[in-house]
Design a protein around this ligand. Structure first.
Ligand SMILES: Cc1ncc(COP(=O)(O)O)c(C=O)c1O
Length: 359
């Protein structure tokens, strides 16, 4: 892989060691160009039939690209505005009853824990937590759903083995915000029923893009919120209209053509370098960083072969700000003693060295 050529696609890397894709990926120039081109056409030609047709075409191409990243069929992928929206759609669409239990881990992201707290407070669903690594063993007789991350946003650890064997009665919802695009992802192979992911992180798309994969076996067991116009099989049927039979019934009501165009352009920049190479380079650089930090005697959070590296620091927020001043973009994780670097294929050894030298 021509790593320098990939790096050159991202203007932010000209001056910064940008190690923050776990929040938002770097935007490639191609995304900016796709956006500008579409907006210019909309401004000069107006937004009528051709614009609407282009919107629908872009949505389907975006869906197909996301499906490829999930090893899935486009028919099973809904387009959302973010990971959290996919999570909310699953929690709201399952037939969970008061007294039913959802099992999760205590250090999941607020994008998952927030919707779970709402479910508990409004619908009497019990939310029980167990450590990430022990989730499979913690499933009890009233557990109706296990909801956890594919890759932990705190440590970079990978979902516990064993969840794939919970059977059809206890579906698993995976929060894939730090998974899809970062590491090779086979949604069906992970054994989950639902996989919610982000477009703005490891796929380098714009904020306001995301995906929800629904296992075919769960297609008819997840009620759609809506259906709004975009979700209907035949919108002209009005009150007699039925939701689209495919996952599109769960699409967000409005994803702009510009967002889809940027998402596709960003995806295609990465795809051109080969996804295996993209994943290998990113996880390899992350492992190198983790090794170097540990070699200095720092406490690195127990991680998997992923793209996140977290390590303890006495003053993480102050360190984040100081590093930002030096052009090194990482983040702290509020409520923890960790600093976290997100390492992508677009980074290089120079970024890693710059971070290490400035710590
Ligand atoms: C594990 C995890 N889940 C959910 C989210 C929320 O993502 P989104 O903004 O796509 O809803 C994040 C984002 O930082 C995350 O790391």
């Amino acid at each position: 892989m021509d790593a320098a050529a990939l790096r050159a696609e991202f203007d932010v890397l000209a001056e910064r060691a940008y190690l923050n894709a776990g929040s938002c990926g770097p935007l490639p120039r191609a995304a900016l160009n796709a956006n500008a081109e579409l907006l210019a056409r909309a401004a000069t030609e107006g937004r009528a039939k051709a614009y609407f047709e282009a919107t629908l075409d872009l949505r389907e191409r975006q869906r197909a690209a996301y499906a490829q990243r999930l090893g899935a069929e486009p028919a099973d992928v809904a387009l959302t505005t973010c990971t959290s929206e996919g999570i909310v759609r699953v929690l709201a669409g399952l037939d969970l009853q008061p007294g039913d239990e959802v099992l999760t881990a205590p250090d999941e992201h607020p994008g998952l824990l927030g919707p779970l707290a709402t479910l508990r407070d409004r619908r009497g669903i019990e939310v029980r937590t167990a450590p990430f690594a022990e989730l499979a063993d913690a499933v009890g007789p009233r557990t109706r759903l296990v909801a956890c991350s594919h890759v932990s946003w705190v440590t970079g650890a990978v979902r516990p083995d064993g969840l794939a064997h919970l059977g059809d009665d206890v579906p698993v919802l995976l929060d894939g915000a730090q998974g899809v695009g970062a590491v090779a992802t086979d949604a069906a192979g992970l054994g989950c029923a639902f996989y919610a992911g982000a477009g703005q992180k490891w796929l380098c798309g714009p904020v306001g893009t995301g995906m929800l994969w629904i296992a075919p076996a769960w297609r008819d067991r997840l009620a759609p919120l809506g259906a709004t116009y975009i979700n209907l099989a035949e919108p002209a049927l009005a009150l007699e209209g039925r939701p689209h039979p495919e996952a599109r019934r769960h699409d967000a009501p409005a994803i702009s053509a510009e967002a889809s165009a940027q998402a596709l352009a960003a995806h295609d920049v990465l795809a051109a370098f080969g996804w295996d190479a993209v994943h290998e380079r990113a996880t390899g650089l992350a492992a190198m960083l983790a090794g170097r930090l540990a070699g200095r005697g720092l406490t690195v959070a127990p991680r998997g072969a992923t793209t996140l590296v977290s390590w303890e620091h006495p003053e993480p927020a102050a360190a984040r700000d100081r590093l930002a001043q030096a052009g090194i973009v990482i983040r702290d994780l509020p409520g923890t003693s960790y600093l976290r670097a997100s390492v992508g294929a677009w980074n290089d050894e120079g970024d890693v060295e710059r971070l290490l030298a400035a710590l």
